[in-house]
Structures are given as structure tokens and as C-alpha cells.
Ligand binder design. Structure first.
Ligand code: N01
Length: 551
């Protein structure tokens, strides 16, 4: 069977009309997190498990984000499951940074290899979940009205899956086509001969712009916040390299698991001002030429010392000015308002070079704000930009959005959206006070988006599976994070963040600042994945300290 075509006959059946299907665990989502959770809970513990997935295929973020240029910013061979050495040996990555179709093929391969599809219901969006206190179980309903009851509810909904479509007046009057990169149509979008407007210059917009520009008649990039980017320096991987990785796999794997960020590179242990100006420049040059996310790890103080960060920032500004030929465009692209990497830094393939093309124009919407969308295109204070297609690369209601778009009610009927009205409150990003037996994979308060995600996901799923196994062995039916533990953890997450430059980026989605009205809380945990793993292991070893349990 080709690995993209599921065998429909093996799908778990929908509950019959009016029936409530009883399960040990219900998983929401079938991306990296959901797939691994099925494998651990079903195949290693023998639980009755179903994963409900809104999409028509597995893959999570890699199912939806099919926009042109979509590829991973982690090295391919590190951005994968690590729990099974045979899987690692079997899969051949073709490029340093895999394109979206390759990652989606990989996740389909995993689904087939571990026979996961028979536990996944596709095209099934979970709309609500309510904790039934008397029976200590979650009652879950879907958009189509299917009903499930499960002892454990595991959200594998991703951190960046709730699309943020800005509320720009007049969108409904637009005469052309508009799309959001995070909900890209499966059939693709044909840009040939079209005038395209791209709104947003985050990682997504920066990946998409060069590819759209090469296909479209004209591309207008609407930039609100100038963004740093370092070249990806992507290239095909050859057999020799792949073999070297496989030979070194045990040590690489150990490093990724204990590293601060789950990546295979080792952050440098030198201060920016401990080297001469010439040495510093040579180090930046080397990092620029090596490419990728590791640029920010070239000095240990880049993210904690403003003067150190300013040095890196000045280097990047100079590089961009050296690439972009039009001085006014170069100035607009480099008018940075935040320290480097305090917003997730993109990596690119010829993003800045794209502005040297005749068919590309940058519109600085800080200088000439968008006023509305009209039938012909986007209107700014400087006039109407005529467009056939608008691409929103405007990001996501990150981390909390995917959870809060489900109507989740815990003990006493308390709604998660009310419990989190002032910002997310979790113990370790794994458990929420008032919401027993709910496990949030890579939830707010965990390292998640600051790491190489599959490594963080595996750590969470391992911990959750270990916790469920322990509860069952102890004859316990319930576990719940205590308010004290969540408050202590939340204070620690904030304290660690405040010791860095990260919270100074005013428009960062790490802070929820990209979504109007969202509470400003620095959501991911910056203490490092290795340290976080140790904390989680200690909590488990001490009988799940910070959680209450009940028979
Ligand atoms: O979203 P973003 P993204 N009017 O929020 C602008 C991951 N990712 O989809 O900065 C005009 O970063 C907004 O402007 P501003 C990665 O973690 C991973 O690009 O708010 N503009 C910004 O320029 C990444 O960080 C990979 O002023 C508006 C842009 O839209 C995360 O996904 C690949 C606007 C949004 O940038 C999100 O990236 C790609 C408005 N009303 C992405 N609203 C991998 O490698 C927003 N913007 C795995």
C-alpha cells in the first residue's frame, strides 16, 4: 500500500447514533505527538485508544502548512522520531532541511510502519470535552456529534495550529482569492501570471516569498515588523553524510535529549566580548556561512546581554544591506525594533535576494498602514495595491489557541478559557489545575516551541505514558495538578524568561502579543530541555509531586 493512501477499512468505526464510545484514552490530533501517543499507549500498554484528527490525513502542522517554500528549520535527520533506532536507520532524508511533502511522507510512513491508522479517525474535529466527576472520565464530542468517554484526555493539538487571520476591514469584499498559509488548500494555489500580496514576514512569509516571487507576475510583501533572518544554506544530503549520522546516532541522540534546545548543535561557551573584534566577526561569518538556527548559539550571552545581542544584530543588518540593492528597501528591511532572535528567528533561502527582483516590492506598513481591503486589493495610506491573491502569513494564536478553540470544561464545569483568562496556568505545561486526567503535550509552560519539536514531544509523551502506567499500577483513577504547583511553576517560567532578552520583543507570539486581547504571558519555558527533562523525571520519581491523585 503506498504510504499516503490509508486503508479505510481499518479505521476505527464512528460510535453509532446516540452511542458513547468508551475508551481508556482519547488523543486529539494525529501529528508527531498524536502518532507517538497512540504507539506508546496502545502498543506498549495495551490501552483502548482513539485519536481524533480534524484533517483528512495524518501529519498535524505538516498536513496543513503546504504553502510554497514550506520546509523545516531543523536539520532533517534531527527533526524526526528517535524512539526507534530501526525507524531512524530506515528513513533517508534527501535534504538538510526537508520540504513539507517529505516530512508528510515520513509521518505517513510512521503511521503505516506502526500500524497506527486503525486508531485514528480523520475528518473528525473535537469541539467540546467535559469532565464527568462522578465517573472520573472525559466526555468528548465532535463537530459531527460523535460522543466518546475516556479516562484520559491527551491534547496533541500542536502549538501553532490555530490560524491567526487578522481582522482587516473589507476582506469579505476582496474580488480575488485569499488564503492563510496554515490552512493551505490541498490542490495548491496557482500564482502564474497573478499579482500576489503577502502579508507577514515571520518564518512562514520569509520561506514563501522567494518561491511565490518566482512563479507570480508580481509580489508585494507587506511588512509590519522587520525581521532578522540567517541563510539556511540548504543542500542535498549524500550517502556518506547520512552514513556518518547513522554511525554517530547514539551520541547525537544523547546530545539532543540533554541539550538546552533539543537540537544537535552545541551552543558555544564563549562570551561576545571575550574575543577580539576580528575573532568575533570571523565567528559570525562562519555561523552565517554554516547557516541555520545555530547562528544564535555562536555566543553564550547573545540572548541575555543586550550589548552582545546588538553586535550580532549589527552583523546581520550589514549582511542584509550587502544583499539588497535598493537602499530604501534595505533600510526598511533592517529597521529592527527588537533584539535578534527574541522573536523566533527565521532562516531563509534567498529571501533578501528576492527584493532585487523586478517583480517584487516591499511595502512598509509601519510607514503606510493598511487601512482596509477593497475589491481590487489592499488599501494602504498610500493608495490601493491591486492584487489577484492575498496570502496571509500572519501566524497563529500560538500555544493556547489550539486548546481554547475546543470548549473544555473541567471540575465544577469550569471552562479552560475562564481558568486561563489571565494567561495559561499549568504544572510543567503538562497538567492544569481543575482539569483532572487532562494531559497537554507541549503545552504552555513547557520548552516546546523553543526546541527541536519532535524531541520535546517525545519527552512529553514518554512522561505522560509513564504517568498513566503508574496510575494504573497503583489502582488510581485520577491525577490533577495542584494550584500551588502551577503557580510555582508559572512563577519559575516567568523568572527564567525575565532573565533573558526574550520578553523585550513587544510583538512576539511567545508572549501572545500577536493576537489582539490575548493576555501577555511569556508562554514557553526557557530553562532548557535537558533541565526540564530532569525536573519532570524528579516529579515522577517523587510520586508525581505537585499533583493530587485519587482512587
Ligand atoms: O507567523 P509569525 P509564522 N497586519 O507570527 C505579521 C513556526 N514555523 O507563520 O511581527 C500585518 O512568526 C506579523 O507582523 P508582526 C515558527 O516557530 C516553523 O511566520 O506581528 N501583518 C509577522 O510578520 C514560527 O515562528 C517552521 O508585526 C501582520 C507575521 O505576520 C511560527 O511557525 C516554518 C498582522 C506573522 O509571523 C510562526 O511563523 C515556518 C496584521 N494584522 C514557521 N498580523 C519550521 O521550520 C500578523 N502580521 C518548522
Amino acid at each position: 500500500m503506498p504510504d499516503t493512501e490509508p486503508d479505510l477499512a481499518t479505521f476505527p468505526p464512528a460510535p453509532a447514533d446516540g452511542e458513547v464510545r468508551s475508551l481508556d484514552a482519547l488523543i486529539i490530533g494525529a501529528g508527531f505527538a498524536g502518532l507517538y501517543a497512540i504507539h506508546l499507549l496502545r502498543d506498549r500498554q495495551g490501552l483502548d485508544v482513539v485519536a481524533l484528527e480534524a484533517a483528512s490525513g495524518v501529519g498535524g502542522t505538516w498536513y496543513w502548512n503546504r504553502y510554497p517554500g514550506a520546509r523545516c528549520d531543523s536539520e532533517s535527520w534531527s527533526y524526526c522520531f528517535q524512539f526507534d533506532d530501526d525507524l531512524v536507520r530506515a528513513w533517508q532524508w534527501s535534504e538538510r532541511y526537508p520540504r513539507q511533502p517529505e516530512i508528510l511522507r515520513y509521518l505517513n510512513h510512521v503511521a503505516d510502519r506502526f500500524d497506527l491508522r486503525r486508531s485514528i479517525r480523520l475528518d473528525t474535529r473535537v469541539t467540546a470535552a467535559r469532565f464527568d466527576e462522578a465517573a472520573s472520565r472525559w466526555l468528548v464530542t465532535t463537530e459531527a456529534g460523535e460522543r466518546y468517554a475516556a479516562r484520559f484526555l491527551i491534547t496533541a493539538v500542536g502549538c501553532l495550529s490555530a490560524a491567526n487571520i487578522p481582522d482587516i476591514p473589507g476582506l469579505e469584499h476582496f474580488g480575488g482569492t485569499w488564503v492563510h498559509t496554515g490552512n493551505w488548500p490541498e490542490a495548491g494555489v496557482d500564482f502564474t501570471g497573478k499579482r500576489v500580496g503577502l502579508i507577514g514576514t515571520g518564518s512562514t512569509g520569509i520561506q514563501a516569498a522567494p518561491v511565490i516571487a518566482a512563479e507570480a507576475a508580481h509580489l508585494t510583501v507587506f511588512q509590519r515588523t522587520p525581521n532578522y533572518s540567517v541563510p539556511a544554506q540548504n543542500h542535498p544530503l549524500d550517502e556518506t553524510f547520512r552514513n556518518r549520522i547513522k554511525e554517530a546516532w547514539p551520541s547525537l541522540k544523547a546530545r539532543m535529549r540533554s541539550n538546552t534546545n533539543g537540537h544537535p548543535y552545541v551552543p558555544a561557551d564563549r562570551g561576545t566580548f571575550e574575543v577580539s573584534d576580528e575573532q568575533r566577526r570571523a565567528i559570525y561569518e562562519q555561523a552565517w556561512n554554516a547557516g541555520g538556527l545555530s547562528f544564535r548559539a555562536s555566543f553564550r550571552d547573545m540572548m541575555v546581554d543586550r550589548a552582545a545581542n546588538d553586535e550580532a544584530s549589527a552583523f546581520i543588518r550589514e549582511k542584509i544591506r550587502g544583499i539588497v540593492k535598493d537602499p530604501a528597501t534595505a533600510a526598511a528591511l533592517t529597521a529592527f525594533d527588537h533584539p535578534f532572535a527574541t522573536k523566533r528567528p527565521p532562516i531563509d533561502t534567498e529571501y533578501f535576494e528576492t527584493f532585487n527582483r523586478d517583480n517584487v516590492r516591499l511595502v512598509d506598513i509601519r510607514a503606510t498602514p493598511i487601512t482596509r481591503i477593497v475589491a481590487e486589493g489592499v488599501e494602504t495610506r498610500a493608495g490601493v495595491v491591486p492584487l489577484d491573491i492575498i496570502v496571509f502569513a500572519t501566524g497563529f494564536d500560538a500555544m493556547t489557541g489550539p486548546l481554547l478553540r475546543i470548549d473544555i470544561a473541567g471540575r465544577g464545569g469550569t471552562r479552560l478559557k475562564d481558568a486561563w483568562a489571565e494567561g495559561p496556568r499549568t504544572h510543567l505545561g503538562l497538567g492544569v489545575p481543575g482539569f483532572p486526567n487532562l494531559f497537554t503535550i507541549t503545552g504552555p509552560g513547557s520548552p516546546s516551541v523553543l526546541t527541536n519539536m519532535p524531541v520535546a514531544i517525545e519527552q512529553h509523551v514518554d512522561w505522560i505514558a509513564g504517568c498513566i502506567a503508574w496510575l494504573r499500577a497503583e489502582g488510581l483513577a485520577r491525577i490533577e495538578a495542584t494550584p500551588d504547583a502551577a503557580d510555582t511553576w508559572g512563577a519559575h517560567v516567568a523568572e527564567v524568561a525575565n532573565a533573558t532578552l526574550y520578553p523585550t520583543a513587544a510583538s512576539s507570539w511567545y508572549l501572545g502579543a500577536n493576537v489582539p486581547g490575548k493576555p501577555r504571558v511569556f508562554m514557553p519555558y526557557l530553562g532548557g530541555l535537558g533541565r526540564y527533562r530532569a525536573v519532570c523525571d524528579t516529579v515522577a520519581a517523587e510520586g508525581y509531586r505537585g499533583f493530587t491523585v485519587a482512587p
